[in-house]
Each structure stands twice: as C-alpha cells, then as structure tokens.
Design a protein around this ligand. Structure first.
Ligand code: FAD
Length: 467
C-alpha cells in the first residue's frame, strides 16, 4: 500500500536531535512528521547509547563501591551477578524513556512514520515501511539521521566475539578476557562495566594517552585512579592483526607497549569512533551536499546548502553528543518557524561516566597553548576537600582555566560525580564569569562543588584554609 502525506516539517531520524526538533516544531504550531526506521524513538542515545550505558555504569559503580567499603568496615562479600536481571533492568530503563517519547509525540500530534526514509526530490521523501511506502511532500526538512560505529577493514566484524558498542550493551556474556580496541570515552565506559562484572580488560590506544582530547594532568590523575581496574593499558600501540580463531580472538599488537606474542581474547570491543549516516539518504536528490565521509555542512542556523533543508546532530560534525544534537534541533525548528536563533554555544561539555568520572568544558590547557591564548591554569586537589575525604574521593581534582582578563574559559574535573559538578563550570563559561564571580559565590560546605570556588580562589590568590 502506498500513500502520500503533506508536512510543513519532516524530520528524518528520531534520535535526540530528531525528536527534539520535531517536538519544538510541533510546539511552535508546525504540522510535523517524524520518520524513524526503528519501532522505538530515541535513536542511538536512548536505545543503544547514553542511557543503557549509564544504567549499567550505575550498577558497576555499586559493585566497585562495595569493594572499597570492605576496607572501611562494611563487607558485602563477593557480588552475585545475575546477567538476565541486569539486562532486564537496563531494558526497563530504556523502555521507560522511549515509551515516554512515544507518548509525547502523540500529545503533540507529531505524526510518526516508521520506515527507512530517502529523499526523492527537493520537497519529497519516500519512506519504505513494513506497511508499505509513504511519500512525504514537505515544505521544510530536518535531517537527523545520526551516525554508526566505525568498522576497521582488518577486523573480522562478522565474528560474534567482535563487538561494537551496541553488541557490548546487549550483555550476552561476561567474557573472561576482553580487549578495548580504542581508548576513547565509549570504549572506556563499556570497559568499566565489564571490569566491574568480572572481565579482565585490556586497552589498546594508538596515541600517547587515553581520551586524547583531555589534558595530560587530568588523564594522569584518571590513570592513577583506575589502577587495577584495567589489566593492561597499551599506549602508542596499535592492534595490527585481529584473527578470529576457534579458541579465541588472537590480536597481534605493534608499538611501544606491544606484547611480544599475540594475545587471546574472548571478546574484542572495537570502539574507534563513529561515522555519520549522511551518505545513505539520497540527499543529492534534494540537492544537499554531503562530504565524502558522510557529514553534511550547515551554517549557524543549521541550514544546509539548500535553503529549506536543515541538518543537526552527529551527522553535522563533532562533538557527536546528544546535548549538542538537542540544542541544534531547537535552533533548526525555531528558524523554520520564523524565529531568529543561532547555534553559537561557548562550550559543549564532554563527560566520561567511568569510575571515576572525567569531565571537561571550554578550552583545555592543550588548546589554549595551541591557540596562543594567554591563560592561567589552576588546580584544586580533592585531597584538600572535606567532602572528598569523607566520601573516599580524595584522589580527584578540579582544574579551571582563566584568560588574561581573569575570565573563565575552561574547566575539567576527575573524580566522583565530576559530570554533575561540571554544570557550574559550563554556566560560568557561558555567562562570561570571571574568577572573582566564582570565588565570591557561596558554595555549600562540605561539597565537592566547593572545589570550583576554591580553584577560583587559588587563581585570585586568596585561598582559604577550609577543607
Ligand atoms: P542518533 O541518535 O544516531 O539518531 C538517528 C536516528 O535516525 C536513529 O534512530 C536511526 O535509526 C534513524 N535513521 C537513520 N537513518 C534513517 C533513515 N534513512 N530513515 C529513518 N530513520 C533513520 N552522547 C552523550 O551526549 N552522552 C553520553 O553519555 C553518550 N553516551 C554514548 C554511549 C554510547 C555507547 C554511544 C554509542 C553513544 C553515546 N553518546 C553519548 C552519543 C549519542 O548517542 C549521540 O551523539 C546522539 O545519539 C546523536 O543524536 P542524533 O539525533 O544525531 O542521532
């Protein structure tokens, strides 16, 4: 059965970018259609990304915390892992959120069309669904088709012991030995989960540090804190050969920390980045330029080279993060509705929800040097924080970066709840606060966020003696 419908706005893809754009467009009175190939809304983030990974990391943190509490007088004994229950818990969390999105679409009268969408012209999109073909004649389109994991040509991806992040989140088993191929955020988060569940986890990273964008002092602190959680962290090293054999996956390494012989793994998680889906939409039929990697270039109003077609989220460029997609979505929808709006944030925060967490926003010290910015970087060690000591978090640190006018331009943290604490730094950067604004803000005691105020006081030269 084929049918034709009309829309003022069609949104292609229902991830955080797509559903946010559709909801905002509908709220602004536009007749909106949301196209999604899967039966649930939420995209990578809600189904196989941000949310399921955090549900599992939450459990992993409890396991790790329970171990430490043994040293402090409360022994919970060895954890008993019930993988089926954990999987059900994760699915419940995901289901609650994706179900909520379905309700919200209905409430807003967003017409959800399920199926794979491709452009057939500058104002038409064809969706192939289980119940037939739908042609959508649109006035405006917002492309929000996201990204997918990068595959490596020398890796046998068809072997079921070779995982991407989606496979790792399925929690089919707890491998005895696991390799994280790539030392970035997604790999390390999943490695944290499997390490807590009992896997022995190795990491191989081509560059000279884990999470390459982070400052050296931050990552050094992180490395110190994760000692023992990962078995072998190989830096300046690459996996040169990955062979699927009957007994195991055999990996041959090359580089600084490479073991002499191939190492056997029960699972290899390939986490070397994500690639945009821009090249799979026949966007050229609508006249939209897509580069050779699949990215779509947009201006600060999220407009592509075609005036009435916008693009948002992972497929318009780095950083590939849900909160970036959501803000871009609001801009696109509002511009279509005739409002003046631009995407020009001073910072898009990055958080790694490992144990401990690592978080940063604004300019890193590395970037300040590269860009020739005159800056002062100050750090406040959590070993001087009463709350950190009381909560066994004293190994953490807070770092702030100020420009020559004492304005905050960056900040980073490593430690318990670093991701939550970063909010204050983001707001300070966005509002153009200087060190005095932050230092004079009364921070509650004893808290970990006091460390932000105290770091600002260090920059001001007026540090107090209040742990
Ligand atoms: P997506 O979420 O990729 O959604 C795109 C949607 O479009 C999908 O639903 C897809 O099915 C649909 N689609 C694609 N092509 C078509 C088509 N032709 N027709 C119909 N539908 C189509 N980000 C964070 O900010 N915080 C985190 O903690 C975080 N954790 C992550 C953990 C993991 C394991 C992974 C993999 C990612 C994580 N991310 C995180 C990244 C985050 O998931 C993405 O940045 C975000 O989902 C991008 O949103 P999006 O709307 O651009 O695209």
């Amino acid at each position: 059965m084929s049918k034709t419908i009309k829309a003022q706005v069609v949104v292609l893809g229902a991830g955080p970018g797509g559903y946010s754009a559709a909801f905002r467009a509908a709220d602004l009175g536009l007749d909106t259609v949301l196209v999604e190939r899967y039966s649930t809304l939420g995209g990578v983030c809600l189904n196989v990304g941000c949310i399921p990974s955090k549900a599992l990391l939450h459990l992993a943190k409890h396991i790790e915390d329970a171990k430490v509490l043994g040293d402090e007088g409360i022994d919970f004994g060895e954890p008993k892992i019930d993988l089926d229950k954990i999987r059900k818990h994760k699915e419940k969390v995901v289901g609650q959120l994706t179900g909520g999105l379905g309700q919200m679409s209905k409430m807003r009268k967003v017409n959800v069309v399920n199926g794979y969408g491709k452009f057939t012209g500058a104002n038409t999109l064809k969706v192939e669904g289980d119940d037939g073909e739908t042609t959508i004649e649109f006035e405006h389109a917002i492309i929000a088709a996201g990204s997918q994991p990068v595959k490596l040509p020398f890796v046998p991806h068809d072997d079921e012991r070779i995982w991407d992040s989606t496979d790792a989140l399925e929690l089919k088993e707890i491998p005895k030995r696991m390799l994280l191929l790539g030392g970035g955020i997604i790999g390390l988060e999943m490695g944290t989960v499997y390490s807590a569940l009992g896997s022995k986890v190795d990491v191989v990273e081509m560059t000279d540090q884990l999470v390459p964008p982070a400052d050296k002092d931050i990552i050094k602190n992180f490395m110190k804190q994760i000692k023992g959680k990962f078995d072998n962290v190989m830096l300046n090293t690459k996996a040169a050969k990955v062979e699927a054999k009957k007994d195991a996956i055999h990996v041959t390494f090359e580089g600084k920390d490479a073991p002499e012989k191939p190492v056997k793994y029960d699972a290899v998680l390939v986490a070397v980045g994500r690639t945009p889906n821009g090249g799979k939409l026949d966007a050229d039929k609508a006249g939209v330029n897509v580069d050779e990697r699949g990215f779509i270039k947009v201006d600060s109003q999220m407009r592509t080279n075609v005036n009435h077609i916008f693009a948002i989220g992972d497929l318009v460029g780095q950083p590939m993060l849900a909160h970036k997609a959501v803000h871009e979505a609001h801009v696109a929808a509002e511009v279509i509705a005739g409002k003046k709006h631009f995407f020009e944030p001073k910072t898009i925060p990055s958080i790694m929800y490992t144990d401990p967490e690592m978080a940063w926003a604004g300019v890193t010290e590395k970037e300040a040097k590269e860009q020739g910015i005159e800056y002062d970087a100050v750090t406040f060690p959590w070993s001087a924080s009463g709350r950190a000591i009381a909560s066994n978090a004293q190994q953490g640190m807070t770092k702030l970066i100020f420009d020559k006018n004492n304005r905050i331009i960056g900040g980073a943290m490593v430690g318990t709840n670093a991701g939550e604490l970063l909010g204050e730094v983001c707001l300070a950067i966005e509002m153009g606060c200087d060190a005095e604004d932050i230092a004079l803000t009364v921070h509650a005691h004893p808290t970990l966020h006091e460390s932000v105020g105290l770091a600002a006081e260090i920059h001001e030269g007026s540090i107090t003696d209040m742990p």
